[in-house]
Design a protein. Structure first.
Length: 182
């Protein structure tokens, strides 16, 4: 991306999966509002309809989003849901980690640069929000250019039939060579 290109142009159509601990719902709500005002479409558990299968809705949203924004905090680092959502985002190469209160991410996530929100006052025009928007744009590009995974990569399995055919071909070639040598 050139320095003259607005990073929000890349993120205008980006869908963000927002992962947070229930105890952090108040700051997560402010964050969702600020990111929405920045032009991102936000998916979070508040959008799950009554009667929907919770885990299936979350998994579908994780697969289809452009970026997984994980809000790390003292409480979220121990949340099984947040850990699972962050792992999926990491595996899909679309993780954008944030630190709400200066808490370090748990093991397995510390090698990714976190955006520090500990001083953020809720201003949608703040530099922290701009950094998140740029991170989402980068994650969206990264996720688009993902290499083949083991599930999607073509497989070239060795079969018994193939081994037998190769052995028969080798035996025939050896026999033909022996006859020609005689």
């Amino acid at each position: 991306m050139s320095s003259t290109q607005d990073p929000r142009a890349d993120a205008d159509r980006s869908t963000v999966f927002l992962s947070y601990a229930r105890a952090d719902q108040a700051p997560a709500t402010k964050l969702a509002k600020a990111l929405g005002e920045a032009g991102l479409e936000i998916w979070w558990d508040a959008l799950i309809e009554g009667g929907a299968a919770f885990a299936k809705s979350i998994e579908a949203a994780l697969e289809s989003c452009n970026a997984v924004v994980v809000v790390w905090s003292k409480t979220s680092v121990t949340s099984d849901w947040v850990l699972d959502e962050a792992a999926k985002g990491r595996d899909l190469r679309k993780l954008v980690p944030l630190s709400l209160d200066g808490t370090l991410p748990p093991l397995g996530f510390r090698q990714y640069q976190s955006i520090d929100l500990s001083g953020w006052q809720g201003n949608p025009a703040a530099a922290e929000i701009e950094r998140i928007v740029r991170g989402v744009a980068a994650a969206a590009r990264q996720a688009t250019h993902r290499p083949h995974t083991a599930e999607s990569a073509p497989t070239h399995a060795i079969t018994r039939r193939g081994v037998l055919a190769a052995a028969a071909g080798t035996a025939l070639a050896g026999a033909a060579g022996f006859i020609a040598w005689q």
